[in-house]
Design a protein around this ligand. Structure first.
Ligand SMILES: [Zn+2]
Length: 323
């Protein structure tokens, strides 16, 4: 790969855009175009990560690492140089497209009564949580036409997984939550598989950059659990999108000293609780304090609140959680 191609890639992906797309937020501005924030590469409690958006360079006074967007991708995703380039190329193609799709689906949400009714039924009622999570709705049968009109070629949409092999919208009658480089779609109808993701990784922990600063973190497995807790005022909540954490999610939970409240589903076959016990052992091996939260039998955090549980009652469950 020659110098010119690398420079082009770096020009097309401003470091600050890439950081912010990975949930990084500047804590304060030093001078024009120079920002300080928490370091996404090491456990950081006071902002030590400097970003020069004009030069597209970073330097961390905590862990002593710095460089350009390619170096950042290497360190952040823990991959070697060629893989970092591949990730950046993919991101460059996918990010603007997913941004468009998210905007389109958000616009659809309030045009479709069945979507709003479904959210209500799952306890998602406040405009704040819908805004915070950027929740949208995929009615189906209109995304492809809209994106084609914007100039996206069909093969690109197929490759991203937004359109099926035979040319239909992949997300039909689904509530859609944008993730880091992916979209989670929850089906409204019982006849379709309930969960849908685009091909590729589910990404890191949900909203991690906002949550990691808390000394106590609540971990749930589903986005509707997340929504219910956030709406009840627990903003120190994050979500693993499934019972099992991927390597990056596990590493994130361990990126600083904290207490983690594992709040997985108390389902009939005990698989959630089993996974929680296993995870709590692994966390303790890494020096993280992990508590298991016991929900009433058959409940997940979402159904706990939907069936009338309130914040005080949930707070009691946290206080009663065992090591
Ligand atoms: Zn650092």
């Amino acid at each position: 790969m020659n110098r010119q191609v690398l420079d082009e890639l770096k020009q097309q992906i401003p470091l600050l855009d890439y950081l912010q797309a990975h949930d990084w937020q500047p804590a304060r501005q030093l001078s024009r175009g120079r920002w300080m924030g928490l370091c996404p590469l090491h456990p950081d409690h006071k902002p030590s990560f400097l970003v020069d958006s004009g030069k597209s360079l970073f330097y961390c006074y905590g862990c002593g690492r710095g460089g350009d967007v390619i170096r950042f991708a290497e360190l952040y995703h823990q991959v070697k140089f060629p893989q970092a380039l591949t990730l950046l190329h993919q991101w460059r193609g996918l990010a603007p497209l997913l941004h468009q799709v998210t905007g389109f689906y958000r616009m659809q949400l309030h045009r479709h009564g069945e979507a709003v009714a479904y959210l209500h039924q799952r306890g998602v009622r406040s405009p704040e949580v819908i805004e915070h999570m950027r929740i949208g709705y995929a009615p189906g049968g209109c995304l492809r036409g809209w994106l084609t009109q914007l100039g996206y070629p069909l093969p690109t949409l197929r490759q991203a997984g937004l359109v099926t092999g035979v040319g239909y919208d992949a997300y039909v009658r689904r509530i859609v939550f944008p993730l880091e480089g992916n979209l989670y779609g929850r089906s409204l109808s019982d006849s379709a598989p309930p969960h849908r993701f685009l091909p590729g990784t589910k990404g890191g922990l949900y909203s991690w950059e906002q949550v990691r600063r808390y000394a106590e973190v609540i971990l749930v497995e589903g986005l509707f659990d997340y929504a219910a807790l956030w709406e009840a005022g627990f903003h120190n909540v994050t979500c693993s999108l499934g019972t099992h954490l991927n390597v990056r999610q596990f590493r994130q939970l361990c990126d600083g000293s904290r207490t983690v409240y594992l709040t997985l589903d108390a389902d009939g076959n005990d698989s959630g609780q089993q996974a929680a016990r296993c995870l709590s052992r692994s966390l303790r091996e890494q020096g993280i304090t992990a508590h298991l939260v016991s929900l009433p039998e058959g409940h997940d955090p979402n159904s706990f609140f939907v069936s009338g549980g309130n914040a005080d009652e949930f707070q009691l469950l946290l206080e009663r959680a065992c090591l």
